[in-house]
Design a protein around this ligand. Sequence first.
Ligand code: UFG
Length: 336
Amino acid sequence: MKILVTGGLGYIGSHTVVELQSAGFNVVIIDNLSNSKIEVLDKITQITGIKPGYFNFDLSNKTACEEFFSNNNNIDGIIHFAAYKAVGESVNKPLMYYRNNLESLMNIMDNMNIHNIANLVFSSSCTVYGQPDVLPVTEQAPRKQAESPYGNTKKMAEDIIQDTVYSSDLKAIALRYFNPVGAHPTALIGELPLGVPNNLMPFITQTAAGIREQLSVFGEDYDTADGTAIRDYIHVVDLAKAHIIAVKRLVEKNNKLDYEIFNIGTGNGYSVLEVVKSFERVTNTKLNYKIVGRREGDIEKVWANTDFANNELGWKAEKDIDEMTASAWKFQLALK
Ligand code: UFG
């Protein structure tokens, strides 16, 4: 069984490639290294003992995309990660985000239709829910106005996929991730943010490692127990495993609808300070942090209702918050 993983050298992509190979799938990666490093290919090979196929080109390049699919047949399914993902950058460069994230998707789906590749797993985000009215949020919750062009590309991509599925033989599963954190237990792959991290976990580990002076905790006046914002953090290995189950479901034709959506989270919400406390507990250190004002565009609290994924996919997150912070720290230490 051959699975194409776009963005397979990125953070979630690389963990998914490892899980796919471990489950016996033959993997081909397309990654243009726009936010990843070629060394990751060797790390994947070190972990699994199998070197995945690898192609470096930009999926928003229609000609390059057509050439790839003409020369590579027998692909049973595609897991599409490749996309820009920096919320702040997307506000300043919206066209770059719309062009890259949507044209690549449309090029892939054009070729899926031409080459009769039926199965697509798409990486969506809980960002489509905005601030939900009801928590934990279910897949049926209304999607809200996106907070950023990045978030809007996820929402628009879901719509593009849904419309294409209804007009073709394509089958798709959109996985709406909550907040992926942590790293592979080998510490060979993990999150490699370029420059100053935007996300909480890499900022915590870089602060503890002395790369950043201090963590700013954005806001302590939210309507939560300790006043800091709540998210559903999910270990990247648990998240990667959900992709294997999703792609198998499609390939083995066990899907109930042609287009399905699943929340992929733990179902537990943790505040920023609870994540900091977990980090301090597992590393036995004190983290230098200071409470500052809210960050623009942040929502107050979100966590997943995971019943549908648990019952229908038979998937459940296994790793708790301490395993997430501990593995993120182990990866940070291995980078030095
Ligand atoms: N936070 C801090 N300090 C930091 C970084 C983050 O206090 O230096 C806080 C944030 O304010 C937020 C929480 O930590 O309350 C989590 O922030 P992240 O940036 O790690 O994650 P977000 O929930 O903001 O972002 C995630 C995904 C995005 C997605 C977004 C949608 O990373 O891709 O959810 O809500 F768009």
